[in-house]
Structure formats: C-alpha cells, structure tokens
Design a protein around this ligand. Sequence first.
Ligand code: CTP
Length: 431
Amino acid sequence: MTGSRRLNVVVGISGGIAAYKAVNVVRALVLEGHDVHVIATDAALRFVGKPTLEAISRNPVNSDLYEGVAQVRHVSIGQAADLIVIAPATANTLAKLAHGLADDLLGNTVLASTAPIVVAPAMHTEMWGNPATRANVALLRTRGITIVGPASGRLTGEDVGAGRMSEPDDIVRAALAAVDGAGADSAAVPAASTPGAPDADVTAPSSGDLAGFRVLISAGGTREPLDPVRFLGNRSSGRQGVALAAAAFERGASVTLLAAHLEVPVPEGVAVVHVQTAAELEEAARDHAQRSDLVIMAAAVADYRPAGVAEQKIKKETAGDRVTLELVRNPDILATIAAERRDGRVVVGFAAETAADEDELVRVGRAKLERKGCDYLVLNRVGWSLGFAAEDNAVVVVQRGGDIVMEASGSKATVAHRILDAVHPALLPRA
Ligand code: CTP
C-alpha cells in the first residue's frame, strides 16, 4: 500500500497556465512523505519558477535533456520512478505521449519507465474537444494510462468550459490509487452489449464535474419494420449522442447509451443497450431513467410505425402497383420521461428542425419544449444538406421558461461538452 511506502514520484509539468497549480500537486505528494522529482518542460518554466519547484519538492528540478548525461539521466529517472504524474498535460504533451515522442527529458523519462502514469490534462475547451486530442486521449487510455479530468469551469480568460485542470488533491488521490492498482480511470472496462445490461457494468472515472452522476443518453435513429427485410427509418447517424456519451464519461459520469442503429462506434467505458424500434427504446429508456440523474434524448425517434408488420416479405405480385401504408402514432418517449421524472432528475431533449433561420428555430423550439415538458431542449437546423452525419454541429439550447442558455458550434465533441456545461447547473450537487 502506498500509505506505508515512500514512493519515488516523478511529477512532469508541461507548459500551461495550470502549471502554477502543479506546485500544490508536488506539495501534497511531499507532505504525504514521498520523494518527488520534478521534470518541467521549458514551456512550464515560463509559467512557474525553478526555485519554487525546488523548494517545494526538496529536490533539484530537471528540465534539460543534455544535463547530467554521464548519469544517463534520460533513462535513469524513469527507471527509478514508482509513479509518474503529469500535471498539467497540455494538448501538445498528450500528443507527444500518445505517439511516444522523446524530444525532451519528460518524453524520454516516460518511455524509459514501467511505472503507472497518471495524466491531468488542461487546455481550452476547443482543444480538448478537438478530434486529434480525443484520439490521443483514447490511445493513452488503451495503454492503461490514467486520465484525471479535466474539470469544467472558469478557464484562463473570460471563457468557461471543460478543460480546467482537476484539483491537485483529486490528482494526487488518483495517482496514489493507480499505484495501488485501483486507477481512477476505468476506460478499460468493456462496454456491456446486451439489452437491459445491469448498471453494475457501468463504471466511470472518479474525477471530473460529473463524477457520481448517472447519465442516460439515447442516440441514433429508430427503425420501424414493415416486413422481415424493410423498415421506415431516418438519417440520424448517432454522432452527436455518441459524442455526448464520450464527453459525459470523460467528465466522470457513469454513462448508459441507448443505441439505435449507430453509424459510429460506442465510446470506451460506456455501457450500451441496443434497441431497434421506438417501442424498444421506450421500454429501455423508462427503465433506465429511473436510475439516472440526467437523461438526454438525442435519438431520432420515429413518430409513426406501420399499423401491421407483414410476416413474409411484401411481394409486388400481391401488393400491386400502388401501396398505401397505414401508420400509427408512437408514444412520445421524451414527454413520458419528463412527466415521470422526480428527485431532481434533469431531462434534456433534442429537436432537429427545418427552420428558415435561427429566430424561427428558437420559436419552434420553445413551443416544443413547452409541449414535451423537459428541462432543456437542444435545437439545431437540418435540411437536405445540413446536419445529418456531419462532423460538425451548431446548436442553440433553450431551457424551461424559454430562455436561451447556450449557443455553440464546432465539432460534435466540442458541442457535446458545451451542452453538458449548459445543463450541469441544474443537477443537484453530489455529496
Ligand atoms: N422524441 C421521443 N419520442 C418520440 C418522438 C421524439 O422521445 N416519439 C424525442 C426525441 O428523442 C427528441 C425530441 O423528442 O429528443 C424531439 O424530437 P422531434 O422529432 O423533434 O419531436 P416531435 O414531437 O416528433 O415533433 P415534430 O412533430 O416536430 O416531429
């Protein structure tokens, strides 16, 4: 147990404004009795001074790859480490770690080490949501590296969003847990794939502003069968819902995804329940919503289903030249979940509208929010060449009462984080 063992801890600090908070990471580790060796990149030393880090760590600070060459320091520091903590990890550092670059002392140390590695990213929301960063983080997770945070909140400038470095105490706790073999990041847990998967299969990192929250997200588009080979469907790819699931998981939530014919893979760490039709989605959603703090209905649900499903394939010879389909209304799942919610559960709907402009979009959205009775409605404009299967999205979020609380555009990952930022204030605080 780390509680009784003095660890040799390397704290890597890279060049972001959060480097000043890394001083408290070093301090907390020293106060816990560990031997702490700081490796600061050149950029980190522009944000925080070497004397500060040396005084707090009680050891010389290493930054230059070409100092102490006789002691082969570029490998010896990593070989001696019991634990490596990198805080803050900038987008650039994450990219270098993901690709095994060794153009500085920190990169060499990481490559030369077999110790657990714990990384606390810090950057602006757009950089965190960028597909390159997302891919790098996913790659690091597959190698068993623990990712702590980032949290959401005030960033360097006036902006607010995901990307803030986690609090030093949270980083230290996750780092020491990683040595004990109980890493804070559980992305390695396989996604459950059977309908009605028990919630015990759902796991989450213990850090992040959604830690302790259970989030249910529907994504994709339902299909309503006509006969054994045909269905009525829609053009939803599920990308935005999947991006929301990934974002919620990264922020510490236990996430269950109700997946209706997704065109994109399910993110790691997220439990998945596959559904086909609106009826199946309704059953799964109502069941899982009971155990959820936040429900986001991003799936495109068929409003109507064929009145009857043919047992055999419909044949032209019997159907003739003109066929009339009789359709019946499907239940409104979002409205049902909103009506059944209690105990502070937050319910969010989506509405893709073919509005002429943003004013019309918001007008239609306000009326729909009122009708559905949900807490927030995420609106976007769609058309023949707008919205579906695109990599980017542009949304407006309205809340109960009709106020616009957020407008965002960018990658679906960026938009996902902004949506979570917008609805987060409505969640009851966790103990
Ligand atoms: N939705 C649902 N159940 C349905 C239809 C829609 O839960 N039967 C949810 C969607 O998941 C989405 C929201 O309701 O979160 C809005 O979907 P939309 O299709 O825009 O709503 P409709 O009520 O079908 O409105 P419209 O008549 O404009 O199509």
